[in-house]
Design a protein around this ligand. Sequence first.
Ligand code: TMP
Length: 422
Amino acid sequence: MSTERYWERTTCRICGSADLLTYMDFGEMPVATAFKKPGEADDERIPLAVNLCRVCGLSQLGVVVEPSYIFSPNYPYSTSVSTTFRDHCSQMAASLKEVFGGQEGLKVLDVGSNDGCLLKEFLKQGYECIGVDPAETVVEKARAEGIESICAFWDSRVAGDVVSRKGKMDVVTATNVFAHLDDVHGFLESVGRAMSNDGVFVMEASYAKNLLDYNEFDIILHEHLSYYLVSPLERLFSLHDMRISNVEEFEKIHGGSLRITAIKSSNKRIPVREQGVGGYLQREREKGLLNPERYLRLERSAAMIRQETRELIDRIKARGETVAGYGAPVKGNTFVNYCGLTEKDLPFIVDDTKDKQGLLYAGTNIPIVSSDALAEEPPQYLLILAWNFADEIMRKTRSFSEAGGKYLIAIPKPRVVERAYL
Ligand code: TMP
């Protein structure tokens, strides 16, 4: 089926196979990025289900929503709010310099550069930087920080523009961009065009292993078209005459992220960590990550989490106590809608991102507010929807817990936390 808003994808976006298995089906869900203004009606719900390609192991949505519905004008995603993420960006800039033997004056292009969070760290370490991002508001923020930025969707024309401004790039980065891509092949071809023959391409994406191991079903949303393992990525790069030179894992980023460094096959300058890459491919096979049975368990775990979360919240409410949310990430929207939570369960959700305050979660009437609400209407519990930042959020809300407040964290398993990590 296909409508103006979305179309069905019946073949694998990496290998083209039609041998797809649906393993997590949410039915129809609101588009999680469609934050609403008060009084605005909800958009039409759209089917949300994930398919596993039995040939290459890529997990991918069965539908592709038109990008204009995903990147709505109200979508206020801005990366720089988290210090965890800032530190991660700084580490990346330093470690890439090492890969190039400490060479000065390296040129870096960040595709999906957002507000310049990553490039700011590269700039501090002496790189020459340029970013590309399609969202006007975040591009303006990056420019205000002195980061040269092109406002456009990444394609071969923009790659040509970058090369004519700066020459070929030593480093091309794309962090948390691959999950959003339908045409991964076109994207990589354009990367190849902008990158020097001795350059590196660095991508980061949530690791689908963690989706399964830690029941992170809420990271599934219309915006995230694919959920990656190393195995399908190895196939993807080989189709573009590239190879993976290094794989790293970061547990704290987006619920567990992969950082893949890839080079052109002819590149003899950058060392290839054969054993490390081979180890990932072997472990993915051994741990059943290419086995459909392993995937079918996720839907059962998600249903358990929904039931236990509802029971916990119902018990708290029955005692006359209240639960508010903390962190309004897009994944929290999947969580809230899947669990059927409304403003009667969560009267508000606190988020420190100014642009999100005053909006409502799609499909609900739950308002997103500033942390002032914690003093004005103190709840007894905070459901941490941004569970990947749980430690940071608990540190930040120390006074809430010192006054007796408790935290609920639902992923990988619903639990109450009483200042355990402070
Ligand atoms: P993300 O996981 O998609 O980056 O979203 C995390 C959300 O949590 C984002 O909306 C910002 C919010 N957040 C806070 O409001 N306060 C915090 O201290 C942190 C770490 C995150």
